[in-house]
Design a protein. Structure first.
Length: 205
């Protein structure tokens, strides 16, 4: 199965039947408002555990994370995105290579969404940058580019937090990112606001 075909299977559900679904509505791939509501519920249930609260990860006085705490938090956010994807409808049905391709394409945007959902502290991004620079020393030009990505991460997280996105909207946004490969470049830190899945939805909130 090719990647495009696999992803298309993830976007539509021609044989899917939810209990108590409403009569089909023309143009509605999920069969009606009842089944769509059930689909969103499935996305919410895919969360491996309740959304992390970053404040609970602050053992230091004043609720400030250290570098080690920020690195641990970042790792948990990434792992939670993978665990969440495993429970998303249609995703487990894809070939392993397609699953990996989708996660590689959208990991950075999923990370941003998870960071905002757990209310990552404002100071965490600079600490994450410090940890990255310490782990992998780089030249001046790469440092500038790296810090630009960190600044973008911080801005996107704060913007999402300001929009007061609820759990259902986060679930839908993450699903849109996951099943829309090629809209961003995960290896370069995609930007939720530069076009692509769910961006119009976010800008319209």
């Amino acid at each position: 199965m090719g990647k495009a075909e696999a992803v298309q299977r993830g976007r539509t559900a021609p044989t899917l039947s939810f209990a108590g679904q409403y009569p089909p509505t023309p143009g509605d791939p999920f069969g009606g408002p009842g089944s769509l509501s059930t689909f969103i519920s499935l996305l919410l249930r895919a969360e491996p555990y309740p959304p992390l609260r970053c404040g609970a990860q602050c053992p230091q006085p004043g609720g400030v994370l250290g570098i080690e705490g920020v690195c641990e938090l970042a790792a948990r956010l990434l792992f939670s995105a993978i665990e969440w994807a495993k429970g998303v409808p249609f995703f487990p049905d894809l070939q392993l290579s397609d699953q990996v391709a989708l996660l590689r394409s959208g990991w950075s945007e999923l990370f941003v969404l998870n960071a905002a959902q757990c209310s990552m502290p404002l100071h965490a991004a600079p600490l994450l940058a410090a940890a990255g620079l310490h782990a992998a020393p780089m030249g001046a030009e790469r440092v500038v580019a790296f810090m630009e990505h960190i600044r973008g991460l911080q801005e996107q997280v704060e913007r999402l937090k300001a929009l007061r996105v609820d759990a259902a909207e986060y679930a839908c946004l993450k699903a849109a990112v996951l099943f829309s490969p090629g809209e961003g470049d995960g290896s370069k830190g995609g930007n939720l606001w530069d076009g692509g899945p769910g961006r119009e939805r976010m800008n319209g909130l």
